[in-house]
Design a protein around this ligand. Sequence first.
Ligand SMILES: Nc1nc2c(c(=O)[nH]1)N[C@H]1C(S)=C(S)[C@@H](COP(=O)(O)OP(=O)(O)OC[C@H]3O[C@@H](n4cnc5c(=O)[nH]c(N)nc54)[C@H](O)[C@@H]3O)O[C@H]1N2
Ligand SMILES: Nc1nc2c(c(=O)[nH]1)N[C@H]1C(S)=C(S)[C@@H](COP(=O)(O)OP(=O)(O)OC[C@H]3O[C@@H](n4cnc5c(=O)[nH]c(N)nc54)[C@H](O)[C@@H]3O)O[C@H]1N2
Ligand code: SF4
Ligand SMILES: [Mo]
Length: 691
Amino acid sequence: MTGTTREVAGACPLDCPDCCSWLVTVENGVATGLRGNREHPITRGTLCVKVNRYLEQASHQDRILHPLRRIGAKGEGRFARIGWDEALDEMAAELSRIVDEYGGEALWPYQGTGALGYLQGVQGRAGTRLWNVLGASHHEMTICSIAGLTGLRYALGTSRGMDPEDFALSKLTLLWGTNTLTSGHHLWRFIEAGRKNGGHVVAIDPMRTRTAAAADEHLAPMPGTDGALALGLMHVIVASGREDNDFLSRHCFGWEDFRERVMAFTPERAASVTGVPAEQIRDLGDRIARTRPTAIRTSQGIQRHAGAGATLRALACIPAVTGDWHRAGGGLMFSTDTYFGGNREALFRDDLRPETVRKLSMTRLAEGLLEASDPPVMGLVVYGANPVVSTSDQNRVRAGLSRKDLYTVVLEHFPTDTVDYADLVLPATMQHEHTDLMDAYGHLYLAWNERAVEPPGECRSTTDTFRDLARRMGLREPSLYDSDERLAEQLLDSDHPSLRGITLDSLRTSGWARLNYPSPLAPFEHGFPTPSGKFEFVSAAAAADGLDPMPGYTPPLEVVDDEMAARHPFVLIAGASHFAINTIFGNNDELRRRAGPPAVVVHPDDALVHGLATGTRVRVFNSRGEFTADVLVDARVRRGVLSTTKGHWLKLTGGATVNATVDERDADMGGGAVFHDNRVSVEALETSQER
Ligand SMILES: Nc1nc2c(c(=O)[nH]1)N[C@H]1C(S)=C(S)[C@@H](COP(=O)(O)OP(=O)(O)OC[C@H]3O[C@@H](n4cnc5c(=O)[nH]c(N)nc54)[C@H](O)[C@@H]3O)O[C@H]1N2
Ligand SMILES: Nc1nc2c(c(=O)[nH]1)N[C@H]1C(S)=C(S)[C@@H](COP(=O)(O)OP(=O)(O)OC[C@H]3O[C@@H](n4cnc5c(=O)[nH]c(N)nc54)[C@H](O)[C@@H]3O)O[C@H]1N2
Ligand code: SF4
Ligand SMILES: [Mo]
């Protein structure tokens, strides 16, 4: 490389389990190339179809490069350019006014999953020190994984599980409500390695996704019924006497009670709940019983229903019944994000906030804006989030954001549907334009993301923006002004064994480091971090939280509601698109072309009954709202289910999207969202030939 060309190591910031390690080529101060790091054991030199376009996206003509002030009505998206000084003066004055008049809790720092890092993103709750000092309401990250994380904790004492690299050791892999090839494809190499070693791969998904199509076998349950399927599978194992009694008696708590529940759940009963034939349940139960180790990969898609937390809790019981929790290559993996033992307390500084602050749930934005009182929400600062598209009950979210007395600031890269409602828009940096430190929720490596180039226009990083704002507000707390490096040092200043041998300097030099855990890894060989030290079939903590003390099947709500089914015959699920990540890249022309317009996949039998054909343009609706989509008739979706994708921009599609139909309702645990527990009807608008 010449003197003016260099490669800078960084990492993908997006909400994807893979946290890829990347290298940015910088020529004369300009980023001219981006590639996956070949040295990194997970990335292995490839990014993905989306992030291959990251640099193109960074120089997109619509990139917001300067602060903007609203000049039109809320929702219109008309703005005038202003300077940073003016913007910060205005924001400081407005936030101070709100705090003085209504108290700090009238502020809602609404951070999303646009960037995951510990400095600029949501893992580090960027900006949280400022919000703590101001006494702002606490923003609860309920939108993605919380129900599953909570459910797992009752059984395991933690939400972590397998090291994904150990899928290479698995003889049977269940891809359960997860679309690996789309939503985090770097795991596939390990699954394939297991398969080459004689392993068998089963997908469990109402939809024959590209992942299910690549598996050896596919079961298609009704959405939200996986807990029943898990119980039916365990029944088969136990009824044939192939449970691991040694493991159950030595390492589990409450087995005898839970055993009774399992014995009551015959494959026939599971079949009637799930719609999966009893024969298929018997076959898979039998295969699990005779295959050691069996690994379950599950992720967020399975836990967007009323019984979300209970589902993950029930799934975690399978490796307890088989004893696989003690075998590397066996167990379950949902998320790895608690393997990193960084000093989050030192980073967050929650000691700076008042003793009690109100909590506001990310997925209840409409309720918060329209109904919260004492105090009402008067100031909303949105960053790394696009709630108009991503959050439930879109029409009410838009009504809330339209409130004339609400002061809204959005930190963004692009003029999103949410930006349209802002009073003030601040231009934000992208990953190669700022510094960050990342862990992953799909592997055990940390990454350092070195800033590679100067930010374009007047873009500022999240940390810079909040430091500048604190200064403008005249706040004296010294930790508000800590530099990015200082923040990283504070986070890494931990005696947790996972960080042994890792310093900021060492991480910076290599760009990435494996957390200090053995490989292969049997995560609970020294016990479970529960109160009993054992796997808990019976959980006092769950009982104390008003939940069933034992794992079981908690049905979805709308999916099984007969009265609603009579009105709205389809269950609608809206999973990850292959060509976008949430709403990010939703404005990239080439990726949009490849993704096609919003579509709903309908089973041929349902299409016949409802008079739908491929290309029929339909209105998809329920009492909450509606959106338009093109029908695709295909047997890859099970009967009674419609499948679409999340993340389409309202302004680039039909003016409303799937979340216009989704209820603002909590799942059983943690206040998780219920995106897939949603009934709708479809009605033809016109056929494509007429268009
Ligand atoms: N390309 C791409 N990658 C992404 C994302 C993206 O938008 N695009 N999103 C990122 C984010 S934020 C997340 S949280 C993860 C999500 O990662 P995944 O969980 O893999 O993604 P989803 O598509 O939400 O859900 C996975 C599958 O669950 C199925 N499913 C829905 N309901 C049920 C059910 O009740 N039971 C079962 N068994 N299956 C069900 C869906 O049909 C879908 O195929 O992916 C991340 N990666
Ligand atoms: N129907 C349905 N809805 C869903 C889901 C579903 O499966 N079905 N999935 C849900 C899930 S799992 C998730 S995680 C949520 C995601 O919902 P959100 O957290 O709202 O994520 P996005 O909608 O993609 O919005 C991220 C925004 O952050 C911006 N951004 C990215 N990096 C930065 C940065 O460094 N600084 C600033 N200031 N901005 C940045 C991007 O430009 C983008 O506009 O959506 C949820 N919505
Ligand atoms: S979105 Fe996922 S697969 Fe794509 S580059 Fe980022 S971390 Fe890697
Ligand atoms: Mo997510």
